[in-house]
Write a protein that binds this ligand. Structure first.
Ligand SMILES: [Zn+2]
Ligand SMILES: [Zn+2]
Length: 251
């Protein structure tokens, strides 16, 4: 399914997925401006062009090497090595978020960047990730590729069945781990056995050879699951529990 370009005359804003790739290269370059003709910049430019062409964008300046190199330099505003730039430039909110999430975790960043790269290189999976029905609110602009990988991990029918079975054997009921909602109690027979699974581990914690463990999955009601993914950064289950508790206290 192809997206229609929304503003074909302008290049699209950088998504979170793209900024993760850019930050990875920035750290590889140690914050230096890449030399003209740097193969890594060319490679990233080619990859991002592939990503946007899948969505119907094109154009000579679309993520060209110059644009990619300039984008890397945006991270200097957040880099303590370039503290003199602080305050001079406001910087972009999404860039700041990506910097804060990954700048001190170069290994996690590398793995996450590799996962994004792999999905773009696989046209079938990329199309699936970019299909509108895959969107979680607010993810369209921020980066659907990583979200797609997350959702795919928590929608494995086999794993979900195993997780529910294990919890039922242990606790005798399926309730939301954040708010305690019980679908069967609320909806009767129709709600029996109904609950969603959320994957609690970031993608970078899962090397290829390690498959999801049942303990990586949490059971959540549909509302709580939505709340976790409604905004970046995604909430942990303890954070969501605290939030619910706080919101229910009298003001
Ligand atoms: Zn809940
Ligand atoms: Zn989830």
């Amino acid at each position: 399914m192809k997206h229609q370009p929304k503003t074909p005359s302008r290049n699209p804003a950088w998504t979170r997925d793209e900024l993760i790739l850019a930050l990875n290269l920035y750290l590889e370059c140690n914050g230096a401006f890449p030399a003209k003709g740097d193969a890594r910049v060319q490679e990233l430019s080619d990859l991002l062009n592939k990503f946007w062409r899948l969505q119907g964008y094109s154009g000579a300046t679309l993520r060209n090497t110059n644009g990619v190199a300039m984008k890397l330099m945006n991270f200097r505003v957040h880099d303590p090595k370039y503290a003199e730039l602080k305050g001079l430039k406001a910087g972009n909110k999404l860039e700041k978020e990506v910097w804060e999430e990954f700048a001190n975790q170069p290994d996690d960043l590398k793995k996450t960047a590799q996962a994004i790269c792999d999905i773009i290189q696989n046209p079938q999976e990329a199309e699936e990730a970019l299909a509108p029905e895959q969107e979680i609110e607010a993810e369209a602009v921020e980066g659907q590729l990583l979200t797609h990988l997350h959702v795919r991990r928590e929608r494995s029918k086999k794993l979900i069945a195993q997780k529910k079975k294990a919890v039922l054997e242990n606790l005798g009921q399926l309730v939301c781990e954040a708010c305690g909602f019980d679908f069967q109690k609320r909806y009767g027979e129709r709600g029996a056995g109904f609950i969603e699974c959320h994957h609690t581990k970031p993608l970078s914690d899962l090397p290829e050879e390690r498959t999801t463990r049942l303990s990586d999955l949490a059971l959540l009601c549909a509302n709580c699951h939505r709340m976790i993914h409604a905004k970046r950064p995604w909430l942990s289950i303890p954070d969501l529990r605290d939030m619910i508790k706080k919101a229910s206290q009298p003001h």
